[in-house]
Design a protein around this ligand. Structure first.
Ligand SMILES: Cc1cc2nc3c(=O)[nH]c(=O)nc-3n(C[C@H](O)[C@H](O)[C@H](O)COP(=O)(O)OP(=O)(O)OC[C@H]3O[C@@H](n4cnc5c(N)ncnc54)[C@H](O)[C@@H]3O)c2cc1C
Length: 443
């Protein structure tokens, strides 16, 4: 498939200028261009069939946050699109440079700058796991991190939604971020400080309104967490108790559930038993006894309870989208998924799983409505979309993960981008959602 590219003369002029300014930061090496042009969108067979959707023509990897404004000013001057990139794990194609041009790889900006009492500031490329570990060393913890714990904090706040910790703290837009240093795509681009509620309009915007250079997030006191593994003969029994476990006090950090097929696809672990449904949770030590009683009353068995941050982080890497990725590894070219939310995940599970052939649900407890990933056997995009009204008819909300458009407050995002990116060079192709694209009834 042919991809859109920018006039090579403009790329050459931009590259030449940046090579003079930042000789170590610029690459047009084929391998680097290729690596910068991929992300986690293989998770969607609908998107995967359309790849490649874009290819970088130059990769810029600054070593200092202070270099970002000059890079952006040069891109504006030369009319070169610029797609920011953290770890490149986004799973809707958000990180693909669909208009060609430059990929701004922020992975060298990985410093945790400062940890205070109740807050932490990190450079955009800092891995979430390093952010959590820095907080832990100060007797604190982040409010949430995604199952892709190695992904960057800038990528998480720009492309993610939630994860471990979301049971208590909700998704990104609920006070996770307290300040940002951003760079707008204007001729006089500089680092701009954004604080408090103003940060919200920069979250989950796929880099279309600004480059995020530094992120300040809220911290809370560190808790004594346990990685808790339980097993059930019947997935229905697990679903019958998962909401109660999610509402324990102190609130769990994560409560995930899978039926036997999804559980069987997860990385081998003696606490995930073959042929059984698996419940995995990160629990405060103070609630382990109550969780155990709930599991046993529901007909399940507690298989293991592990101590220590590494065990908990490892467990969180089997949550959210990860079971789907493991399922796809175990059964290549077979499954797709739809993100779903609502009590129907628990109360109408048989009807929900019947929406698609081979349907099976990975579920995450929340304090409100459970959320999950409904997997099904893939045949065509039309079959995927035909399931959406059937999901809704069960009172279940859905999000379509087979499209790359900013679908959180798209109108407000376009209005902001008109001011912060007047020439439209920031991650082009992610804002012009066609009326025919069903992004979902929203989670
Ligand atoms: C198997 C799997 C599991 C996942 N689990 C979760 C999960 O539990 N929770 C969740 O929320 N997400 C999840 N995701 C999606 C994704 O991994 C996360 O959102 C991740 O935090 C993105 O970080 P990243 O560094 O990889 O970002 P990237 O993929 O590099 O970028 C994500 C988006 O943000 C933009 N961007 C990146 N850095 C910046 C910046 N500094 N400034 C402005 N824009 C920027 C990019 O252009 C892109 O649009 C999962 C994905 C996969 C494949």
């Amino acid at each position: 498939m042919s991809v859109t590219v920018v006039d090579p003369a403009r790329i050459d002029a931009f590259t030449l200028e940046l090579r003079e300014l930042l000789p170590d930061a610029v690459s047009t090496d084929d391998g680097d261009l290729e690596r910068a042009s991929t992300d986690g969108s293989h998770l969607s067979p609908v998107i995967a069939a359309q790849l490649p959707l874009g290819r970088a023509q130059v990769v810029v990897t600054p070593a200092s946050v202070d270099d970002i404004p000059a890079i952006v000013r040069a891109a504006v001057r030369h009319g070169v699109p610029i797609t920011p990139r953290g770890k490149g794990t986004a799973n809707y194609g958000q990180t693909l440079p669909m208009a060609g041009g430059a990929v701004l790889d922020l992975s060298r900006l990985r410093r945790v700058v400062e940890v205070g009492d109740g807050w932490l500031t990190a450079e955009a490329g800092a891995p979430m796991i390093a952010v959590e570990q820095a907080a832990n060393r100060a007797g604190q913890q982040v409010l949430m991190y995604p199952s892709t714990a190695q992904s960057s904090i800038g990528g998480f706040v720009s492309g993610g939604s939630g994860g471990t910790g979301s049971i208590k703290h909700g998704m990104l837009h609920t006070g996770f971020v307290t300040a940002l240093d951003v760079v707008h795509a204007t001729e006089d681009a500089e680092l701009v400080r954004v604080e408090g509620a103003d940060t919200e309009k920069y979250l989950h915007k796929y880099g279309t309104v600004a480059i995020i250079a530094r992120v300040t997030v809220r911290l809370e006191p560190l808790q004594d967490w346990r990685a808790f593994f339980a097993s059930f003969d019947d997935y229905h029994d697990l679903l019958g108790v998962i909401r109660q476990i999610g509402r324990l006090e102190p609130t769990p950090r994560l409560v995930s559930g899978d039926g036997p097929v999804l559980a069987g696809a997860l990385p081998a672990d003696p606490a995930i038993l073959p042929g059984k449904a698996s419940l995995r949770a990160i629990l405060d030590e103070a609630s382990v006894a109550e969780a155990t009683a709930l599991v046993e009353a529901a007909g399940g068995t507690v298989v293991d309870v592990r101590t220590g941050a590494p065990a908990c982080i490892k467990l969180s890497m089997t949550s959210y989208n990860h079971p789907i990725e493991w399922l796809q590894k175990a059964y290549p070219n077979t499954y797709f998924h739809v993100e779903v939310i609502g009590d129907g995940l628990v109360e109408r599970i048989d009807e929900l799983e019947a929406v698609y052939p081979g349907g099976m649900l990975h579920v995450e407890a929340q304090q409100g409505r459970p959320i999950g990933m409904l997997a099904g056997r893939y045949s065509s995009p039309e079959e995927v979309y035909a399931g959406f009204p059937r999901i809704e008819a069960l009172g279940v909300g859905y999000h379509n993960p087979h499209q790359w458009f900013v679908d959180y407050e798209p109108e407000a995002t376009r209005e902001l981008a008109a001011q912060t990116d007047p020439t439209g060079i920031l991650n082009p192709g992610k804002l012009d959602v066609a009326a025919t694209v069903d992004t979902g009834s929203q989670l």
